[in-house]
Write a protein that binds this ligand. Structure first.
Ligand code: 2M8
Length: 413
């Protein structure tokens, strides 16, 4: 236990210490670059004490936007040998050296929240960012939808839920026998038992090689990439982003054609991820149509997208009553549950926050408050870890973690 004396101050200090000048790294050592959705959450945390700095975070993120609208999952502002795979492996040619995939598009949602917190500082900044945020949304609509309107991930890293059991069947079909030699860096920073396996890493790198061979051309990758899975993380965050962009365009009087149609399409897609036999939102392989049969913490993000579900609410109540430190990233009653291995069981404060925000928006205030209080207790007892064992609360992965600190400042604390 690491009971904190002044968690508000500690959380602010973590953001300040992880600030590399206009952008924030997730944690020293393990993740030395600017990650896309981490950065959007960092901005939310900064907005609690420095609104100007919050906007700078988002502006730096969008300074890496490609000319077609894509916003990369990592921006390699300064090369750092402590992380693999770095810019030389990705081989991308955007305005800033970067990866060639995205992450869940939550920046527009966070921009709206930051603007609502202080409209004086935010007015000009959100107006200036709006076209870039809209362009990214349109890129997602163009390149990531399946035929039912669900949003697909084209690499496990794209969802941010790297080694979730959702991908197991699709990953098992990928031949990575020719991936070659490479040196992982993550396991030199943190316990390898808490990280993805070599089997998964070989396929992560193989998928990067396929992307690079295709010159990161999305049209080519539609057929060249064996990994394409319609997923709740991408689908719920994209739908939420479209709703927030529409709200911003109305409030600011900015034209943004097509958003209503996009929302209808994304809504149909998100609903198509309901797996009735499983009784949960689930992931579906876009090539084979096969379900993952996976109840993850992303399954509970339906409310964040404005989709209500009595069955998910029952599940959530059960989880809140039975799991000591919810929400586990994989259902503890399922055989693949692993309390410490990254996205295969541990609890992640950022997902809890997005679930909590959604619950609150949709009037489920009792459950929202329960989840908020439990997340707050977890962080104040065990510190600002990357993630937590849901059965014991014990911290795992990196520490002094930006998004856990930001979640504390914005929501849990
Ligand atoms: C983790 O992912 C990176 C690859 O993007 C990694 O393991 O090297 C995930 O938890 C992801 O969601 C997160 O954005 C990133 C940085 O915190 O780390």
């Amino acid at each position: 236990m690491n009971q904190q004396t002044n968690p508000d101050r500690e959380a602010r200090n973590i953001l300040i210490a992880n600030d590399r000048g206009g952008y924030t790294i997730p944690t020293e050592g393990l993740y030395p670059y600017q990650w896309n959705w981490d950065s959007a959450i960092a901005a939310l945390g900064f907005a609690e004490f420095d609104n100007d700095r919050a906007w700078t975070e988002l502006e730096t993120l969008f300074s890496g936007q490609w000319s077609d609208g894509m916003v990369p999952h990592i921006l390699f502002h300064k090369s750092d040998p402590g992380y693999f795979p770095g810019p030389d492996v990705w081989g991308c040619n955007g305005p800033i050296p970067s990866s060639g995939i995205i992450q869940p598009p939550i920046a527009a949602t966070m921009a709206r929240r930051i603007w609502e917190k202080d409209r004086t500082v935010g007015e000009a900044r959100v107006r200036a960012l709006f076209p870039a945020m809209l362009a990214w949304h349109r890129w997602v609509m163009k390149w990531r939808l399946d035929d039912r309107g669900a949003v697909c991930t084209t690499h496990p890293w794209e969802t941010g839920r790297d080694n979730a059991p959702d991908w197991d069947n699709t990953m098992a079909r990928i031949d990575a026998s020719d991936v070659g030699e490479y040196q992982r860096r993550d396991t030199s920073h943190v316990n390898s038992e808490d990280r993805p396996t070599k089997f998964d890493y070989d396929r992560y790198i193989k998928l990067v090689q396929i992307g690079r061979q295709s010159n990161w051309d999305q049209q080519t990758l539609l057929s060249a990439n064996p990994f394409r899975v319609a997923d709740p993380t991408m689908s719920f965050t994209s739908l939420r982003a479209a709703r927030d962009l529409l709200a911003l365009s109305a409030a600011l009087g900015i034209e943004a054609d097509g958003l209503e149609d996009d929302i209808a399409r994304l809504e149909a897609g998100a609903l198509s991820l309901w797996n009735d036999d499983l009784g949960s939102f689930d992931s579906r392989d876009a090539h084979s149509g096969e379900w993952s049969e996976s109840v993850s913490n992303a399954s509970y993000m339906c409310w964040f997208a404005g989709i209500d579900s009595e069955k998910m609410l029952d599940r959530l109540r059960h989880t809140l009553d039975t799991v000591p430190y919810p929400i586990p990233s994989y259902d503890p009653d399922m055989p693949k549950f692993d309390a410490r291995r990254y996205w295969r069981g541990p609890t992640w404060a950022i997902i809890n926050m997005m679930v909590g925000i959604g619950l609150n928006d949709m009037g489920h205030t009792k459950e929202a408050e329960q989840l908020r209080a439990k997340t707050g207790d977890l962080i104040s007892a065990y510190g600002f870890a990357e993630y937590f064992d849901p059965t014991t609360g014990s911290p795992a992965g990196g520490n002094a973690f930006t998004w856990t600190a930001a979640v504390w400042l914005h929501w849990a604390g």
